[in-house]
Ligand binder design. Structure first.
Ligand SMILES: Cc1cc2nc3c(=O)[nH]c(=O)nc-3n(C[C@H](O)[C@H](O)[C@H](O)COP(=O)(O)OP(=O)(O)OC[C@H]3O[C@@H](n4cnc5c(N)ncnc54)[C@H](O)[C@@H]3O)c2cc1C
Length: 396
């Protein structure tokens, strides 16, 4: 049996390893567009800030992969699939046979369609090569602008500031990370980042990137011009579905797949950020890895179904503790807030069930609140639950 996994991000790499482990006789090929060995994309923020070295990002060596039964082909972008022949056609025109093909092509960063968005010095951040370009650009210091004050934008801003750049964050909404944080937690975070030397412009509308040979400044809707040697766009991602589309597979926002990861072709599966599983896109590594496991079971002939769980996210900025899980500020839920000094918690309840939580300052109880959200366990004493596990434990 020949299995071909396309895309060597976390989902594709995990899936290739699991197929090889479950079906020892199979020929498993992992074809990745990037030239590098599989690496930890999540840790790129730590690499940017200087907390880990580039070598430490690598998750699997060639020898590891070979020993596990996976043939890795870096620098091999696949252009299309010939579904009838069950062959993948690489950008160089080579054909690779498969019995099973798994698409794990991930996402790409969205480039805002602004005048000047294609100038050198404008980077939509996603991969290792772009991180290296950002590090290179930061070597002479100077001003940088990060467009987007979500998780990725803030990690970028802190990273570039740590490398000596004077960083301005432009965010379209009045507080950062508005998808994960309520206004109060977002404001606490913004103030903390300002105290660390970042300039936070919120709300700010970016209308153009200016420069002759390369980016020199960012123009706002107010007319204000902010100088920038480097502009990093962190304004969201889009599923990489071009390959699926070019091959005639069904694509909506992502590659359409069922809960067993099957696409519209019975021999092709899709997992991770490129996949739209039962109408749902994902944007985090944990569900991408779960889907990789499910795809390997489907290929091994087991019937398993992926079930989405409540998302949670933490900001990876040292000295700043921010966590959010489940639904943030849903209109049909009641909020309970607890605040003591620098510690802030807001919990959203539907009746006796916790449906969402935001923690700022002290995130030590994140795991507990996450499990409460995931289990749907009823809690009678919700006002006091904000105090955390010890209190609920005593009350139970
Ligand atoms: C800086 C940064 C920090 C992050 N931090 C977090 C975090 O703290 N927590 C979290 O949960 N998530 C985080 N994420 C998101 C996380 O990285 C993604 O959810 C995860 O990488 C998705 O995995 P994937 O395998 O689906 O896709 P990807 O990681 O995008 O991998 C897809 C791979 O497929 C390759 N590819 C694309 N097209 C082709 C083709 N045609 N042929 C061959 N190869 C192709 C791409 O080059 C890429 O290497 C972060 C992302 C970034 C960029």
């Amino acid at each position: 049996m020949k299995a071909l996994v396309i895309g060597a991000g976390p989902a594709g790499t995990r899936c290739a390893l699991r197929i090889a482990a479950r079906l020892p006789g199979a020929a498993v090929t992992l074809a990745g567009a990037e030239p590098a060995l599989p690496y930890d994309r999540v840790a790129l923020s730590k690499y940017l800030v200087g907390e880990v070295a580039q070598e430490a990002l690598i998750t699997h060596s060639l020898a590891d992969l070979r020993a596990a039964g996976v043939q890795y082909r870096p620098g091999t972008p696949v252009a299309s699939l010939d579904l009838a022949m069950r062959q993948a056609i690489t950008a160089r025109g080579e054909r690779i046979d498969y019995d099973w093909c798994v698409l794990a092509t991930g996402s790409r960063s969205f480039r805002l369609p602004l005048p000047g968005a294609e100038l050198p010095g404008v980077i939509p951040w996603r991969d290792l090569a772009e991180t290296r370009r950002m590090i290179e650009a930061s070597k002479d210091g100077g001003p940088a602008v990060v467009i987007g004050g979500g998780l990725l934008g803030l990690e970028t801003a802190v990273g570039l500031a740590a490398r000596g750049m004077k960083v301005t964050v432009l965010h379209a909404v009045g507080w950062p990370m508005e998808r994960q944080l309520d206004y109060d937690a977002g404001t606490l975070l913004a103030n903390r980042l300002r105290a660390r030397g970042l300039t936070m412009h919120m709300p700010a509308a970016t209308v153009a990137i200016e420069g002759r040979e390369r980016a020199e400044a960012v123009r706002l809707g107010t007319g204000e011009r902010i100088p920038a040697r480097l502009v990093v766009m962190c304004v969201g991602v889009r599923p990489n579905a071009d390959l699926a589309r070019a091959s005639g597979l069904e694509v909506a926002r992502g590659v359409v797949a069922d809960a067993a990861m099957r696409t519209s072709d019975p021999h092709v599966l899709a997992i991770g950020e490129c996949a739209e599983v039962e109408g749902r896109l994902i944007g985090l590594v944990a569900p991408a890895l779960e889907q990789a496991e499910i795809a390997a079971s489907t290929i091994a002939g087991e019937e398993q179904a992926w079930a989405p769980r409540a998302d949670s996210a933490a900001l990876k900025v040292s000295g700043t503790h921010v966590w959010s899980g489940g639904e943030v500020a849903p209109v049909d839920a009641e909020a309970v807030t607890f605040r003591a000094g620098e510690s802030y918690r807001r919990l959203w309840w539907r009746g006796e069930r916790l449906v969402g939580a935001v923690l700022y300052g002290d995130t030590g109880e994140a795991g507990f609140f996450q499990s409460l959200i995931a289990s749907g366990r009823p809690v009678a004493s919700r006002a006091e639950a904000a105090l955390g596990q010890a209190w609920i434990g005593n009350a139970a």
